[in-house]
Design a protein around this ligand. Structure first.
Ligand code: MTE
Length: 319
């Protein structure tokens, strides 16, 4: 769904698959006609998402983040630590060919090409809020499929309690010469969190193939957790019995817990998590720094859906 549709009062549920399909084609044709040079990151639009895209009846009423902001104000430390670095160095990330190793506690491990991974899945559009631990947030129409549908294909066995993910480890990525994190970027989820229907494996956004700076060709979107759990450019999925090590927790364990659920009542040791700057509507570029602050919501507003995952857990201890 495009910003102009929301402005025009068109609800996601009113867009037909056919409309989405045509809209996507138009974008692709337009960028091809423009010699693929008109828009930063436009190289990513050379390919098309397999359609039709299934609609997901989200109740999201928030204004969308505009596509330019979502694809130019990024965190992807392998491409640099400044917000503008990922788009600037996006072409250093080579996504073709791409393969993913699946191993650990499962009965159907293997090495799969991105095409193998993608093939059996119907692509959905899901408008999700993504809140960064740095206290800014965006509202993005992601395209992808439930992570659970993918994980089931590898048949996790009875010992699988967690799922660990790793990002590509490539010395040619300019940010990786810095020791800001212990590479490769690693994240993990408890198996039930990974299998939760809200957890998405994204392969696109705004109806287009996902741009490199946003984690091509596949990245997680876990909408009730701080953005850093939504690991980009995944090359390894491992089912484990023990809680896996995760990059941010390894780098600063007292600041970044394994769970990392958005919780306005648990401050980061160096700043409050009670509010966030919402980068949405017309806000782009430098204006992002001065965007209006809104109250952050428990579990980023997805509390009703996910609360049962944490029943009986002290979320100040398991932060
Ligand atoms: N994944 C990798 N591999 N490297 C990163 O630096 N940054 C995380 C997350 N996934 C990161 C990553 C953080 S801190 C955030 S807030 C989100 O990606 C940002 O996603 P976006 O750039 O698509 O908004």
């Amino acid at each position: 769904m495009k910003d102009w549709m929301r402005v025009a009062g068109i609800k996601s549920s009113e867009i037909t698959d056919e409309q989405l399909f045509r809209q996507r084609r138009t974008i692709i044709q337009a960028s091809m006609a423009a010699g693929m040079t008109g828009f930063i990151g436009s190289q990513a639009y050379a390919k098309e998402l397999p359609g039709p895209i299934k609609k997901w009846d989200s109740n999201a009423t928030d204004a969308l983040t505009n596509e330019e902001t979502a694809t130019t104000y990024n965190n992807f430390y392998e491409l640099g630590t400044d917000k503008g670095d990922p788009v600037k160095h996006a072409d250093k990330l080579v996504t073709e060919p791409w393969s993913v190793v699946v191993d650990g506690e499962c009965n159907a491990p293997g090495k799969f090409t991105f095409e193998d991974i993608l093939k059996p899945h119907a692509i959905e559009e899901r408008i999700y809020r993504l809140r960064c631990v740095e206290a800014w947030s965006m509202v993005i129409p992601w395209n992808g499929f439930p992570l659970a549908d993918l994980l089931k294909r590898f048949q996790p066995n009875g010992n699988a309690k967690y799922v660990a993910f790793e990002t590509i480890n490539d010395d040619n990525l300019p940010g990786m010469s810095s020791r800001v994190l212990d590479w490769p970027y690693r994240e993990g989820l408890r198996l039930d969190e990974a299998m939760h229907p809200l957890t998405l494996m994204a392969v696109g956004m705004y109806g287009n193939v996902i741009p490199n700076q946003n984690g091509a060709p596949m990245r997680l979107v876990v909408p009730w957790k701080y953005g850093y759990k939504s690991i980009k450019s995944i090359v390894r999925i491992t089912f484990t019995e023990k809680q896996p090590a995760t990059s941010w927790n390894m780098s600063a364990p007292h600041e970044y817990g394994f769970y990392s659920n958005v919780n306005p009542d648990v401050s980061h040791p160096r700043w409050s998590q009670a509010k966030e700057r919402r980068l949405a509507g017309d806000i782009s570029g430098l204006a992002a720094l001065f965007a209006k602050k809104i109250d952050s919501q428990f579990m980023n507003g997805y509390g009703e859906e996910v609360a049962e995952l944490y029943a009986d857990m002290d979320l100040t201890k398991f932060f």
